[in-house]
Design a binder for this molecule. Structure first.
Ligand code: HEC
Ligand code: HEC
Length: 332
């Protein structure tokens, strides 16, 4: 009895639903009113927060325009790792981006995406900044590869030569001129040199594929090692204070290392840039003795400033070259 009633009930409901559906389908072309999107739960990936992969892209988009190598508002260049590390440790970085009371709100006219803020906070919390305090000059550690001192000059002189990787062209969308571009276009995976395209290219041995391409010489094994160690150590935008020895200047220990790192890549091979060859003692001394070497590195009027596309050499290196030239360019 109960069962029959139940079946009758279900049947009745089915008929009602059917009629309703039929009525619905007879209405012509109902206008489709889109429902507002439901609030999307915020997706914020904090699994792999790194300085080059996470922090640099955020700062590059939101801060470098006002706090970069070219314009440093309030004297703050956030592209300089030491400066950033100092601000991170003092709590100022987190204060300004959270626009917390007592801090100047940064960026001034907007606020970072909440996921970006979470990522930067995670980076600050997870990083042991070395040396503490930031901004403290620290001497070069022989076991560390430094981006500003070694990697950047090497890449600029071997990879950013004219018509190579110094401007973006349509055919060749690669630009390797500063930290952000090297990380991006070199597809650097911090800690994993073998997974980083830049490193893969420089260790290739066949001429069709390697970087720099022929007729340039491949990088030496020491040069490849600098890049490998730098990536392995986290691919930081780091630098160190090399100290400045101007009492003991020799060609082999002082001058040649400077030329090799900063000039050799462009001024070697069968077509050296500007027809200027800087490959050994004889060629360097010749350019030094005609006055062009010093004029170019000191950015004297009437000379083309060198190294091309790169920051001026340090005062120390310029002084050392001056001393060596004034000593009569000895082959010592
Ligand atoms: C539109 C230009 C502009 C942008 C973009 C910008 N800043 Fe600033 N920033 C300034 C100026 C100008 C000052 C100096 C403000 C003052 O003293 O009132 C400043 C000051 C600062 C200070 C020092 C604040 C203090 O109280 O001492 C920090 C830290 C800072 N900015 C970080 C950042 C960060 C991080 C970003 C990106 C998230 C950023 N800024 C984006 C222009 C900018
Ligand atoms: C990225 C490639 C590149 C690097 C790195 C580079 N040069 Fe040059 N250099 C050039 C080019 C290209 C020219 C020709 C300039 C021109 O015609 O615009 C040139 C020209 C010169 C000249 C002739 C300048 C003149 O006024 O006649 C000297 C000297 C020179 N370079 C020295 C150096 C020294 C020293 C270094 C390292 C400290 C260096 N270069 C690094 C590409 C480079």
């Amino acid at each position: 009895m109960l069962k029959t009633n139940y079946i009758a009930g279900v049947g009745a409901i089915a008929i009602i639903v059917f009629v309703l559906l039929l009525a619905e389908s007879c209405k012509h072309d109902p206008e489709i009113i889109p429902l507002p999107d439901p609030p999307v739960p915020e997706k914020c990936d904090t699994a792999e927060v790194t300085y080059p992969g996470t922090v640099v892209p955020i700062l590059s988009t939101n801060c470098y325009g006002c706090h970069g190598d070219l314009t440093a508002n309030a004297g703050i260049n956030l592209q300089d790792y030491e400066t950033l590390a100092g601000l991170a440790q003092s709590g100022k970085l987190i204060g300004v981006i959270n626009q917390a009371s007592g801090f100047t709100a940064m960026p001034p006219f907007s606020k970072l995406d909440s996921c970006d803020i979470v990522n930067i906070e995670k980076w600050v919390n997870d990083t042991t900044f070395d040396p503490p305090g930031g901004g403290i000059e620290h001497p070069c550690n022989p076991d560390t590869a430094y981006f500003q001192n070694e990697v950047l000059p090497l890449i600029i002189s071997s990879c950013a030569t004219t018509d190579c990787h110094d401007i973006l062209t349509e055919e060749q969308e690669i630009l390797l001129v500063d930290y952000a571009s090297i990380i991006k276009y070199g597809k650097i995976r911090p800690g994993e040199p073998e997974e980083s395209e830049l490193y893969e290219k420089i260790i290739k041995t066949d001429d069709d594929d390697r970087m720099p391409p022929p007729p340039k010489a491949p990088l030496t094994s020491e040069q490849k090692d600098i890049i490998r160690i730098w990536i392995k150590q986290g691919a930081l935008n780091n630098s160190c204070d090399e100290g400045c020895d101007t009492t003991n200047v020799t060609f082999s220990e002082t001058i040649w290392p400077t030329i090799e790192t900063n000039c050799f890549g462009c001024h070697s091979g069968p077509q050296p840039s500007g027809g200027v060859t800087l490959v050994d003692y004889t060629s360097v001394a010749a350019v030094a003795n005609n006055g062009k070497l010093f004029g170019a590195i000191n950015h004297d009027p009437g000379f083309i400033p060198m190294p091309r596309n790169a920051p001026k050499l340090s005062e120390c290196k310029i002084d050392q070259l001056k001393i060596w030239i004034e000593d009569g360019t000895p082959n010592n």
